[in-house]
Design a protein around this ligand. Structure first.
Ligand SMILES: [Zn+2]
Length: 466
């Protein structure tokens, strides 16, 4: 191609340009499905009642929910962050069946002990099928039939798909359902040392994901439980509505899951494994889990690789889950107030709302300016922009709607846009879980078009990895 002949600098310039201009167009609020909900149901969790009231979710049966278009927008953004971080450590995404033969769960030993948690039924040929709660067995069953060579290792494969659990008491909306979306990754290595290295790489990439969401997720030592294996860690968000308990050391900041503490320490007093100090119990939501499995699954499924010297050895395995819909719901839970829905800015359903003047008002002559501003923002920044084109409604009403949906930036095109150098009213509702859990800092100022472009580029940077 011709590009090869260009100098490196020229190429870099071209690449930079292509990443900062895109074909995105602003979305139009008149086309967003906003349902008229007046019943406020606070009997469920705070976030779930807000999500229901504000057209993000709807319920079907207990533990089964619809993710409406607004929630799907946020979910898509979350998945995109996860995909980028998975790709950065060399993972490949794939799709597995979510239905399998329940005989696989007998090979791994999960049946009959955990039968009550799994949906098992017969198909028309009388085969016992199950809806997958996790995919260790499905991966091992497949890989045991393939020829795996040492030079192909490590193999990192993941999927983002629905998982199923026959919950006795589905609760708190999306936090504990019968069907939920998980990201599950499986690592396969030649040696224990390599597998430990993979484990550490994945844990770091999980940290990167939570950093990008700007949420305080705590990594705790955990008990492997039904999944099995040698050791594991869980990722928790502190929340009063969480059904888990974690124990935190006030001295060295180490955390431990309830099950871990119960297995390790038989006496009543709970103390830190590392420094012997007292532990403090906190209610929490588990959002992720990492298992160092060694040969827990590859042994019963006879999953081998062929070494350079033509010997066969068992693959060393790790498995790593992120509760994708649970992260979405728990972000809303920990950031929102009882009447105000909030998101980490990167996964808000839209990043920026542009509000043009009301129809037939004194300012309606700057309507085109609002259209231009929205177009420019969509085209030249990474932000997901919506223009609230329902100009029969007042500016104030549309501003409230935008805030109710948890959209972090609001730009009003009003009186000052009529000046020779137009100014726009820019509001940013800062929501950083890291800095302060309760305090929301609203930044409000009048900015010119170029100043707004700069602000938005800083708030929603183009990810360097892409
Ligand atoms: Zn300690």
């Amino acid at each position: 191609m011709k590009l090869i002949n260009k100098s490196n600098n020229e190429l870099r310039r071209l690449l930079h340009l292509s990443s900062s201009i895109n074909s995105k167009k602003p979305h139009r609020m008149s086309r967003v499905l906003l349902l008229d909900k007046t019943n406020f149901d606070n009997s469920i969790s705070k976030s779930f009642s807000l999500l229901k009231e504000r057209s993000f979710v709807a319920s079907n049966l207990s533990g089964l929910h619809y993710l409406l278009p607004l929630a799907t927008r946020s979910l898509t953004k979350l998945i995109s962050i996860i995909d980028q971080e998975m790709e950065a450590i060399g993972c490949e995404k794939m799709i597995l069946p979510t239905l399998g033969h329940s005989g696989l769960l007998k090979i791994s030993g999960k049946l009959p002990d955990h039968q009550q948690d799994v949906f098992i039924f017969k198909d028309r040929h009388g085969q016992d099928l199950f809806l997958t709660p996790t995919h260790e067995e499905m991966f091992c069953y497949w890989l045991s039939k393939e020829k795996i060579f040492e030079k192909q290792l490590p193999i990192y494969l993941y999927q983002i798909a629905s998982k199923y659990r026959d919950e006795a008491r589905p609760r708190s909306g999306l936090l504990r359902g019968k069907e939920f979306m998980m990201k599950d990754l499986y690592s396969f290595d030649a040696t224990e040392a390599d597998s430990q290295n993979s484990y550490n790489r994945v844990c770091q990439s999980y940290q990167n994901i939570f950093d990008r969401l700007e949420i305080n997720v705590i990594k705790v030592q955990a008990d492997p439980g039904a999944i099995g294996g040698n050791h594991s860690h869980e990722y928790h968000l502190i929340s009063d509505i969480g059904e888990d308990t974690i124990h935190l050391c006030s001295n060295c900041n180490q955390g431990f899951s309830e099950e871990y503490i119960e297995k390790q320490q038989s006496n009543q007093s709970k103390y830190c494994d590392s420094c012997n100090c007292d532990l403090q119990a906190k209610q929490s939501i588990e959002v992720g889990h990492a298992f160092y499995l060694a040969t827990r699954y590859t042994q019963p499924f006879r999953c081998f690789y062929r070494s350079k010297t033509n010997n066969y050895s068992l693959l060393q395995m790790g498995s790593y889950g992120l509760g994708v819909t649970r992260i979405l719901a728990s972000c809303a839970e920990i950031l929102s107030t009882p009447r105000q829905l909030k998101w980490p800015k990167q996964i808000a359903p839209f990043h920026v709302t542009v509000i043009p003047p009301k129809m037939n008002s004194k300012e309606s002559n700057v309507n085109q300016l609002a259209e231009d501003l929205a177009q420019q923002l969509a085209k030249y920044t990474n932000a997901d922009v919506v223009i609230d084109d329902r100009s029969e409604l007042t500016i104030g009403y549309r501003q409230v709607v935008s805030k109710c949906l948890g959209i972090p930036v609001n730009i009003i095109v009003g009186k000052k846009a009529q000046q020779e150098i137009p100014l726009f009213e820019f509001s940013y509702y800062r929501q950083n879980h890291r800095l302060d859990n309760d305090k929301v800092e609203t930044i409000k100022k009048d900015l010119s078009l170029s100043e707004i472009m700069e602000e938005i580029k800083l708030l929603f940077p183009i990810n360097d990895e892409n």
